[in-house]
Ligand binder design. Sequence first.
Ligand code: MTE
Length: 322
Amino acid sequence: MTLIKTLKQWQESENNVTPERIYLNRRKFMTKSGVFAASAVGGMLAANKLLLAADGTPLKKLPHQKTQYNPGEELTTEQAITSYNNFYEFGTNKTDPAKNAHRLTIEPWKVKVMGLTEAPGVYDIDDLIDYNNLEERIYRLRCVEAWSMVIPWVGVSLASVLEKLKPLSTAKYVRFQTKLDTEEMPWTLTQGLDFPYVEGLRMDEALNPLSFMAVGLYGKELPKQNGAPMRLVVPWKYGFKSIKSIVSIEFTDQKPLTTWEKSAPHEYGFYANVNPNVDHPRWRQGKERRIGEFRRRETLMFNGYEEEVAHMYKDMDLTKFY
Ligand code: MTE
């Protein structure tokens, strides 16, 4: 018998796990701490297990379990994931969100739940996310613009969130909406998209085990530019389906009209499943540029998640645009 335990790759070291009592106070602590004075950051890091984001922002560490969701591909660097973003509410250039999203207020964070549900109301994020049962999932993210990343998200299954909200059996779709605050997001006033940003999924897609509600990445809270404090991750669909900074969840029997579909219906469909055989009018979809790599690689059907999701689309002609 040996006292030295060998950790499997998916097991978190005990040293890394924040005691639950600190953890339960997570939101309160973040509210009180406010803006961090540079000199205080070191002490806070030690006392409260804060880590620095790639851009120097202090973010709280999120204890989590590692899981089997791992494509076994090299991770995109944290630096790239947090500095090359699409978050049009904070500007249209890839580097704008990292510069501007600090304006987003995320404390407190309330989510309005409505439509075909037994439990409508306004929920605090802590009522929706079980912070004591977070898991890490490493997923490919494939943007319709033909670039891709491999991201270690931290969060919970979307099904675990939706089950708490008791949708009625008549609910066929779920519609999500991003926060809109024109003072925090003045860019929304001057560019073409119709905000607030809206996305949606069919209920069976939303309840698919792969659908994920992320609250962190690289073991820390989500940086604002990545959609803090909670954003969807739907890895078999183009990245625009993975809506950020969600403030409303509506169950409906009508297919939601999503932001991109509304702005350019011939370019963006509701389903938007990654499909290397159907080109976008401006981007060929057969290949992709993995951020950090030199050579382009083949795009996989359903972004490599065919086994888990193809059954949901067996009645669709996958040579067509949806
Ligand atoms: N959500 C909102 N609210 N606004 C956006 O502009 N962009 C989408 C998606 N979610 C977007 C959004 C697009 S096009 C992509 S590719 C992903 O976010 C990018 O996520 P990332 O910046 O974390 O890589």
